[in-house]
Design a protein around this ligand. Structure first.
Ligand SMILES: *Cc1c(COP(=O)(O)O)cnc(C)c1O
Length: 380
């Protein structure tokens, strides 16, 4: 008999979502910025210390808003890793800016801050650190470079909710930050995201851009007697139904994070012997980075055929996946972006990475099966 299938991801539901969605429906305020949206905003502001939290349809649209807010346009350059999801670059390309791809660090797979300054030109306007796996980039060094060259920092903290750098919550460190609430993330509302406005000077315009370029927010606060078209914008706000689902999750964010970290720690312990035998490399989390158990990956030795390993895991009824195809080598990346240097580590590490199943409810014996299968496949 085939062993039980172990899926890669299973979105976690707290059980409170349905009641809150019904409450939103009964409230007669189902569109954006209803009661649940307000609760989510206040929670994110209190937890992270950001000046203003604004829910969006996705992290992608939060990054789109960031590019609009910073007035990025043709000829401007934005420094970011190539080892990331497409949205990190696409948001800026949509405005006509050029993504300049910088290599990653060997330990955390994050943007290598030691290579950022050499990529700065007279056209550089912003740096976009991506906190991969909820492990922080070296923000002190990145902030120092941004100060020296008068650059903005937009944190792609899609994976970073509840994680920190030297005690500071991710997403609330740069001028702007973004969270994702996609179902594959720790805290989810199906699709969803948030823009964190940390520079208070950007907050009024962020509100306008999110409301189709109008001052509707000020109108509802009674600050103006009608609302009109003020600026560029689009419809970036999610309905209160999405916010109701999100609120059910945010209320449980501590527990969700604790449980994910427990699963992460179990993998880390189980895989230590395989690392000692030189069969794989486990993730490295620097002591000053408080992570959130977002994902568990292993790096295979360079000579191992990753496709074959994933195939063998599939035969064992285990769904493991890889990511990312580096942006600098993808069709759109070649067309719209520019590589800084040879991006040697981005290319080699991205080809060696496997993500293991990690979701709340994954049992210890299932994790043991994953690790035993990996040991069997790699050990011969
Ligand atoms: C998930 C993710 C995104 C996109 O998030 P959406 O909410 O799906 O738009 C962007 N950047 C990174 C690093 C991600 O992991």
């Amino acid at each position: 008999m085939a062993p039980e299938h172990i899926p890669f991801n299973r979105p976690y539901v707290t059980g409170q979502e349905q009641a809150y969605v019904e409450e939103a429906l009964r409230s007669h305020h189902v569109s954006g910025d209803g009661g649940f949206t307000g609760r989510c905003h206040r929670w994110i502001e209190q937890r992270t210390g950001c000046a203003k939290a604004l829910l969006t349809h996705s992290c992608t649209s939060a990054l789109d808003m960031a590019a609009l807010l910073l007035d990025l346009g043709h000829g401007d350059e934005v420094i970011l890793p190539s080892f990331t999801f497409v949205s990190t670059a696409n948001a800026f390309v949509l405005r006509g800016a050029v993504p300049v791809f910088v290599d990653i660090r060997e330990d955390t797979l994050n943007l290598d801050e030691r290579q950022v300054e050499a990529a700065v030109t007279s056209r550089t306007r912003a740096i976009v650190p991506v906190h991969y796996a909820g492990v922080a980039c070296e923000m002190d060094a990145i902030i120092a470079i941004a100060k020296r060259h008068k650059l903005r920092i937009v944190e792609d903290a899609a994976q970073g909710i509840m994680a920190s750098y030297r005690g500071s919550p991710l997403g609330a460190i740069g001028d702007l930050g973004s969270f994702s609430f996609h179902e594959t993330k720790n805290i989810m509302s199906g699709e969803g995201g948030c823009l964190l406005v940390n520079d208070p000077a950007l907050a009024p315009r962020a509100e306008v851009i999110r409301e189709k370029g109008t001052d509707r927010g000020r109108f509802f606060r009674g600050e103006v007697d009608k609302y009109t078209w003020q600026d560029l914008g689009s419809s970036f706000l999610p309905s209160d139904l999405t916010a109701a689902v999100l609120w059910a999750q945010l209320e449980q964010a501590e527990r969700i994070t604790r449980e994910r970290l427990a699963i992460w720690d179990r993998y880390h312990g189980m895989l230590a012997p395989l690392e000692q035998r030189g069969l794989l490399r486990r993730p490295i989390v620097p002591g000053h980075c408080g992570h959130n158990g977002h994902l568990y990956y292993v790096l295979l030795p360079p000579e191992v055929d990753r496709g074959a390993v994933l195939g063998r895991l599939k035969e064992a009824n285990i769904h493991a996946v890889f990511h990312y195809v580096p942006l600098h080598s993808s069709a759109a990346g070649l067309r719209f972006g520019r590589a800084h240097g040879d991006l040697r580590l981005t290319t080699s590490l991205s080809e060696r990475l496997i993500r293991l199943p990690l979701w709340i409810g994954l049992r210890e014996e299932q994790q043991q099966r994953v690790c035993d299968a990996l040991g069997d496949i790699l050990g011969r």
